[in-house]
Design a protein around this ligand. Structure first.
Ligand SMILES: Cc1cc2nc3c(=O)[nH]c(=O)nc-3n(C[C@H](O)[C@H](O)[C@H](O)COP(=O)(O)O)c2cc1C
Length: 163
């Protein structure tokens, strides 16, 4: 079965982590976005506000490389914003979470708090599809043992035909 990596990124760190995983286990990468401009200081403030409000945002349409049913594992990747999921990933999970096959969660964050309670929120938005989860700080992204362990955990589910 194939692996799908779905990610939202504002400044590229979550994208880097998602791409690293794809380079190790294979899989299709899909960037999701709501088209809102969150660059700069004003964008940062708006991002924090959107996240705290926990309102749904509008997802831009994306074309999956293959039908969702062809994937055995979906890895959903989000930055932590204001101790919450990014609004785009929250909206993605509340819209499509229950349609996912086995799923794994990846968070990136700046601080030392891993925000593991967000994994529970992702479980509940998806109807408990989680097989693995990891929360990464910069520096963990490429070389930290946490990413290695996460890749080992999910590669079983992705199977040798994960590409
Ligand atoms: C609006 C906003 C709020 C954030 N809040 C937190 C936070 O509560 N805790 C934390 O550790 N990092 C926080 N961050 C930092 C991001 O989670 C971190 O830099 C992340 O890796 C960025 O991912 P990206 O480059 O893919 O956008 C915040 C970033 C933004 C833009």
């Amino acid at each position: 079965m194939k692996t799908l990596l779905v990610y939202y990124t504002r400044t590229g760190k979550t994208e880097t982590a998602a791409k690293e995983i794809a380079s190790r286990i294979g899989g299709d990468l899909v960037r999701i976005d709501d088209g809102r401009d969150r660059k700069g200081i004003l964008g940062f403030i708006l991002a924090g506000f959107d996240s705290v409000s926990e309102r749904s945002t509008g997802l831009l349409p994306v074309e999956l490389p293959a039908p969702l049913a062809d994937y055995g594992l979906v890895v959903v990747c989000s930055p932590v914003w204001a101790a919450r999921l990014s609004p785009v990933v929250r909206t993605f999970l509340s819209t499509y979470g229950h349609a996912l096959p086995a799923a794994a969660w990846l968070l990136t964050r700046a601080g030392t708090n891993a925000y593991e309670t967000l994994f529970d929120a992702m479980d509940s938005l998806s109807g408990n599809r989680r097989i693995a989860a990891v929360s990464l700080q910069p520096g963990d992204h490429l070389y930290g043992g946490m990413l290695d362990a996460f890749v080992r955990e999910i590669s079983g589910a992705a199977g040798s035909s994960g590409k």
